[in-house]
Design a protein around this ligand. Sequence first.
Ligand code: SAM
Length: 269
Amino acid sequence: MRESGSGPATVNEHVAHNARVWNYWLGGKDYYAVDRRVGDHVVGMYPAIREVARADRAFLGRAVRYLAGEAGIRQFLDIGTGLPTVENTHEVAQRIAPGSRIVYVDNDPVVLVHARALLTSSPEGATDYIDADVHDPDTILRAASETLDFTRPVAIMMLGILNFVPDTGRARAVVRRLLDAVPSGSHLAVTHPTLELGGAANAEAMRFWNENATPPITARSRAEVASFFEGTELLEPGIVSCARWRPETADGGAEPPEVAQFGAVGRKP
Ligand SMILES: C[S@@+](CC[C@H](N)C(=O)[O-])C[C@H]1O[C@@H](n2cnc3c(N)ncnc32)[C@H](O)[C@@H]1O
């Protein structure tokens, strides 16, 4: 486990934090009263938010199963991990390929406290946790190289995290730096909130979040999300509501309802 050089961040129990509220929406138990209050207020304004959180986690499962299975990926860099929940990246990947190596990255002090639950690797594989900010990809890459071999393909998982980099050019530069560090055959998986699918209630709820909680969130258009995948080959079905990215519906089953979160996976050629 690696902590950033910036010293221990203190836990603020008086301001709602994304990792904890996300955990609350997912039905977890690692949150404070303020997180529940703000989380409930957002649900009141935009009830679909819980479905967004669940669909995002389900996308993670399907994407990792594809990556560890068909794509044969054995290394994962999961940035913006969130609090440990069921079916974390290493659990999904190591069920398919026990030798998988996973590095988790988050900058929330409560995630750091709970990170031990992420370090339960299979004996054949490895997991590590880095306390670092997504704005600092060099630090992330340096620390991750203790566990990952950057001469072999890596799946860069950025689920619900680029929305915490407010400047789109900066977010693009972070992704570019990470993609430049990995070889051909590596993949990029992204989920990202969007008002293109969310509508007015979603916009209002996001405004409320940005005035009452931290860190502030930035929604993006499909074109902006597409720009993160420049230099990769987007896998089918491209950039879609994450609920509709390769859904595991029975033959002939109806497509799942869209949620206001894009999901996509690209492959570095
Ligand atoms: C919406 S949660 C997503 C969790 C998980 N990836 C998922 O899809 O379920 C976003 C996570 O990003 C983390 N995060 C927010 N800003 C960050 C930053 N600047 N650097 C690193 N992590 C950050 C939060 O602490 C939170 O755990």
